[in-house]
Design a protein around this ligand. Structure first.
Ligand SMILES: Cc1cc2nc3c(=O)[nH]c(=O)nc-3n(C[C@H](O)[C@H](O)[C@H](O)COP(=O)(O)OP(=O)(O)OC[C@H]3O[C@@H](n4cnc5c(N)ncnc54)[C@H](O)[C@@H]3O)c2cc1C
Ligand code: FES
Length: 279
């Protein structure tokens, strides 16, 4: 069973419209892997579609998973308003997650996250650290009020913090000063599409494994409706792959990032399917 009635066992505001929910999941709920997301049913008749949210952390012993999300619309507002004790119907699609085997014990993993893209990196950093990997994390936010995950990340990683306005950490972007000379064996990135584009340009032709977790507007979340497809290069062919089932994690070099919609909608109003060439 990949779905089930989870129960909210913790809820707190952790920033400007950012909420953390702790969900205790039933015994039959599969163990999530870093990079995977849960598809959560939102209470209320009008909202038929579930909302995808990354697993930000997982406590194996307590069987509690954590979600960190920004309230951006009705669905996230309703989820954020649920009280501790409320039941939530959560489904774990059999998505890819980050390939932990890309980096071995004693090697270095570079994690780069922007905004809410930092959420899945917390779980990833803990999992890599537990395998003996040295974890370096660069995380960026708009301003100090948006910063989250710092304490948990610092427990397992060397962390560099950036804010756009310099109100916490260094002023600048997570990609500032990064380049092909950066020392890492594998990199994992999650953040807004412009950040992925910058990263892809910077490491074009770099032979090291670099993976990106993508967002897309989703409907079924189970691989059936193709609402979430993005263009992915496979050899010389460009294929449409489902973010919910074939992703959300892809090799960065394979992504036709120029064609990935910035707002997660199927064409982002920009007709990515017509876009030519790889960035
Ligand atoms: C695999 C995956 C993991 C995600 N993990 C997180 C997470 O850990 N934390 C988090 O805060 N958000 C995450 N998101 C985005 C989150 O799913 C959306 O913010 C949420 O579904 C919005 O629902 P809503 O009803 O509140 O907003 P709506 O009323 O549906 O939309 C409000 C605004 O949010 C935008 N939006 C809606 N859905 C998406 C989406 N899927 N991707 C990008 N923009 C969207 C809309 O374009 C609109 O501007 C993730 C998305 C995906 C696909
Ligand atoms: S959301 Fe239906 S196939 Fe991905």
């Amino acid at each position: 069973m990949r779905t089930g009635a989870a129960r909210i066992v913790g809820r707190r505001a952790i920033g400007r419209s950012i909420v953390e929910l702790a969900l205790a999941v039933p015994p039959a709920f599969p163990e999530p892997r870093p990079g995977q997301f849960v598809h959560v049913r939102v209470p209320g008749d009008a909202l038929v579609l579930r909302r995808p949210l990354s697993v930000a952390d997982w406590d194996e012993r307590e069987r509690v998973l954590r979600l960190i999300f920004r309230v951006v619309g009705e669905g996230t507002a309703r989820l954020a308003a649920l009280p501790v004790g409320a039941a939530v119907d959560a489904f774990l699609p059999p998505s890819t997650g980050f390939p932990l085997s890309a980096v071995r014990a004693g090697e270095t993993a570079l994690l780069v996250g922007g905004g809410l893209g930092v959420a899945p990196l917390i779980f990833l950093a803990r999992a890599l650290h537990a395998r003996g990997v040295r974890v370096k994390a660069r995380i960026g936010f708009a301003c100090a009020e948006d910063v989250f995950g710092l304490r948990r990340l610092r427990a397992v990683a060397d962390v560099e913090l950036y804010t756009d306005d310099g109100s916490a950490g260094a002023k600048g972007r997570v990609t500032d000063g990064l380049g092909p000379e950066a020392a890492f064996h594998a990199a994992f990135v999650c953040g807004p599409v412009p950040m992925l584009r910058a990263f892809q340009r910077m490491f074009r032709g770099d032979g090291r494994p670099i993976y990106a977790a993508l967002e897309a507007r989703m409907a079924c979340g189970a691989g059936a409706c193709r609402a979430c497809v993005v263009p992915v290069a496979e050899g010389s062919a460009l294929r449409h792959r489902r973010v919910c089932r074939d992703g959300p994690v892809f090799a960065l070099a394979s992504l036709h990032v120029a064609g990935v919609p910035e707002d997660g909608s199927p064409d982002g109003g920009r007709g990515w399917a017509d876009g030519g060439g790889f960035v």
